[in-house]
Design a protein around this ligand. Structure first.
Ligand code: SAM
Length: 471
């Protein structure tokens, strides 16, 4: 098990960051990995497969390539699958499931192809295990077998992860459109927030929903491994040595570094829907980073910076509400045509609310302490402006105006499927990174809010990092 060919699938657009992550986790030289569209291949050991499962924040799974053959029809798939020594990986007491992906396959039915592969695995076990064959379990299999078909080639993989790796084990409460943890981690990687020497800059998500971006970031900052709270399929496999795994887990635990209780948080989140803020808080607690993040309710169009960033700048990272999937709350919602200015809770109810409390999301109870004219410097979290109703009700142009006025020194990274967003915000992006949110093509736009100016800075647009770490 010292020379395995692993494949780590990831969202399109994330390959460069995943390649760097794999090198960092394994310590392997760049020559051991190959970047492919939608993933990274790496030649390495079973121990590294365990490490990658535990630490990777960007990979969807860790697969082991067990066969690569040409095929023309189903019998070729049967033959290929029956030649794999599955019995070296698991016993017939484990249940299996075969999953197929295909690109331009000439076969009529992928289901039938999967059936042939399943038959081959079971028949092989019947032969080598005295007639005993594994059961099929399509919901909770012990072993997932993946087949990837192209026009003429078939790759067979055994999955070492089990549940996909974006399931970290801490999320119970989710909002209407939660970001996958893997994509949140990709946004953080692209922003470079964790890179570089010295203290981390403050991080703020003003539309934090269930808190995914911030929880990922906080876990990274505390060196908490992504998979520290879940189990993996490899734990049931024959090459698995419990003592090796315990040693890996112990090393991971020893490397965790939580900030001192006296240290003030530098990671902040807010959302107009108070129900979301509750979700985020609960999720952060389960993820072990509740003490590291400060969550508050509030409208992104009204919240002032949670902390003074005059000295070193701050980073905003968000996937704001968009389109039909998620409705915009707060004053922009109230200003939409046909909506009562007194609050959307009295509105028509045609739009799906972002949460039961989204409709009443703008609360002003602490304005007595924070008038709009009061300076927000001094690191106070939770200062807000008085509500204002200017700018015709468009959320994004109002957000841009608000940022230009109040967020000098911050760099905002926004993930959106709206490729025209910079135009709508009348901001010039300094970088645009293509990323896919499932099937939706998105861009992660970067806007630099320049101190003392209602303009954004036009920065040179650096290329994504190369696997050798160079730019
Ligand atoms: C696409 S979701 C963000 C999902 C989040 N990243 C997660 O993983 O759960 C957009 C969020 O923006 C919030 N939202 C909508 N209008 C807002 C406003 N005016 N101010 C602040 N948050 C708002 C919604 O309540 C929703 O939680």
């Amino acid at each position: 098990m010292n020379q395995l060919q692993l494949f780590l699938p990831c969202a399109a657009g994330v390959e460069d960051y995943l390649a760097l992550e794999v090198l960092r986790i394994t310590g392997l030289p760049p020559g051991c990995i190959t970047k492919q569209r939608g993933g990274v291949a790496v030649r390495t050991s079973f121990a590294h497969a365990m490490l990658l499962n535990l630490y990777s924040r960007l990979a969807q799974r860790v697969l082991v390539l067990l066969s690569y053959t040409e095929y023309r029809a189903e019998p070729d798939l049967y033959r290929a699958a029956s030649e794999v020594a599955w019995e070296r990986w698991f016993t017939p007491l484990e249940s299996i499931k075969v999953e197929i992906t295909a690109q331009h396959s000439p076969l009529n039915s992928l289901n039938f192809a999967a059936l042939k592969i399943k038959d081959a695995v079971c028949d092989r076990f019947r032969t080598v295990a005295n007639g005993v064959r594994p059961d099929v379990n399509t919901q909770w299999p012990d072993v997932r077998i993946y087949a990837h078909l192209t026009t003429d080639s078939c790759s067979l993989y055994i999955d070492t992860s089990g549940e996909p790796l974006f399931k970290r084990g801490w999320r119970e409460d989710k909002g209407d459109a939660p970001l996958k943890e893997t994509l949140a981690a990709a946004m953080i990687a692209a922003s470079g927030w964790l890179e570089g020497e010295g203290d981390l800059q403050p991080l703020y998500d003003p539309c934090c929903g269930s808190g995914t971006i911030l929880i990922e970031a906080a876990q990274m900052a505390c060196n908490l491994p992504a998979g520290g709270q879940r189990r993996f399929a490899f734990e049931k496999y024959l090459p698995f040595r419990k003592s090796d795994w315990v040693a890996i887990q112990k090393e991971a635990n020893d490397a965790v570094s939580m900030p001192a209780r006296s240290q003030k948080p530098i990671i902040f989140g807010s959302d107009v829907a108070h129900r979301m803020v509750d979700f985020a808080q609960h999720n952060a607690t389960r993820a072990g980073v509740a003490g590291v993040i400060e969550f508050r309710g509030g409208d992104a169009l009204q919240r002032l910076p949670p902390i003074d960033v005059t000295a070193h700048g701050g980073v905003m990272l968000l996937n704001p509400p968009y389109g039909e999937r998620i409705d915009i709350g707060g004053v922009a919602r109230a200003e939409r045509p046909g909506r009562s200015q007194r609050g959307p809770s009295h509105g028509s109810g045609i739009h799906r609310p972002a949460g039961p409390q989204a409709a009443t999301g703008t609360r002003y109870e602490d304005h007595a302490a924070n008038s709009a004219d009061e300076p927000t410097r001094g690191g106070r979290f939770g200062a807000r402006e008085l509500p204002h109703m200017d700018n015709g009700g468009d959320f994004f142009s109002q957000l841009a105006t608000h940022w230009k006025k109040n967020y000098a020194g911050w760099t905002a990274w926004m993930l959106t499927p709206d490729l025209k967003l910079p135009g709508k915000m009348r901001l010039k992006e300094s970088r645009r990174v293509p990323m896919w949110n499932g099937p939706i093509e998105c861009r992660l736009f970067r806007f630099d809010m320049v101190a003392g100016s209602a303009r954004t800075r036009e920065a040179a647009s650096p290329d994504p990092p190369k696997p050798d770490g160079s730019l």
